[in-house]
Design a protein around this ligand. Structure first.
Ligand SMILES: Nc1nc2c(ncn2[C@@H]2O[C@H](COP(=O)(O)OP(=O)(O)OP(=O)(O)O)[C@@H](O)[C@H]2O)c(=O)[nH]1
Ligand SMILES: [Mg+2]
Length: 200
């Protein structure tokens, strides 16, 4: 792991996608359904136990939370979509704001989509995948909570999903991940190294 990842620190959290974070340098966004494990993945990838707040209760992250590695490189923990207790109206507002962010943010180098391996490709996930595909925004999928399945079934699930996605014009990359068992951490760092243009 490049030591840069461990240097991550909280920058700011905001409800406004047009935040006061200049659109410069390199940004990678973590998206996914509420409770999928986005914040946990961020903590493991930065090797910091409680950088991003995690919770057993869905809907923990309700703002865009920016973390920075250095003055040029940032991660953004996006609010989980599909959180039932948030009104339809608010959800629709978030969806539009999210799309605006994804479309306009020039420093955005790619999206990590976090999907619970037991509940992949929800309607929201599919929308995000199609969206990134359409705008040719690099997408990397973490099938997280892989520890919940035995290795064989997890691998089969990975292959199935890869096959489904291979029909897209720009198929995203997909991998197994577990924040609990630290599965797939190196592979995920490989993608981040590339997107952040971190010298080997
Ligand atoms: N077994 C297992 N549990 C996990 C893993 N990753 C996250 N969890 C658990 O899943 C729950 C949700 O994790 P979070 O990281 O808070 O999920 P989130 O996607 O950030 O959720 P929101 O902020 O609500 O959108 C917590 O109870 C975590 O401990 C994993 O790899 N394996
Ligand atoms: Mg969260």
């Amino acid at each position: 792991m490049n030591p840069l990842y461990h240097q991550a620190r909280f920058l700011l959290s905001t409800l406004d996608f047009n935040a006061d974070v200049p659109d410069q340098g390199y940004e990678v966004a973590f998206a996914g359904r509420s409770n999928a494990g986005k914040s946990s993945a961020i903590n493991v990838l930065t090797r910091q136990k409680s950088l991003a707040r995690t919770s057993k209760t869905p809907g923990r992250t309700q703002q865009l939370v920016f973390f920075e590695f250095d003055s040029l490189r940032r991660l953004v923990d996006l609010p989980g979509y599909g959180y039932a207790k948030v009104s339809q109206h608010t959800q629709a507002h978030w969806r539009r704001a999210l799309e605006r962010y994804l479309k306009q943010r020039r420093c955005l180098k790619g999206v990590f989509l976090i999907m619970d391996i037991r509940h992949p490709l929800t309607e929201f996930d599919q929308r995000m995948i199609e969206w990134c595909d359409f705008y040719e925004l690099p997408l990397h999928i973490l099938l997280t909570k892989a520890d919940k399945l035995k290795y064989g079934p997890a691998k089969n699930r990975l292959l199935e999903i890869q096959k489904t996605l291979s029909e897209l014009p720009h198929p995203p990359s997909v991998q197994l991940f577990s924040a609990l068992k630290k599965i797939g951490v190196e592979e995920a760092h490989g993608v981040l190294d590339e997107w952040f243009e971190i010298p080997a």
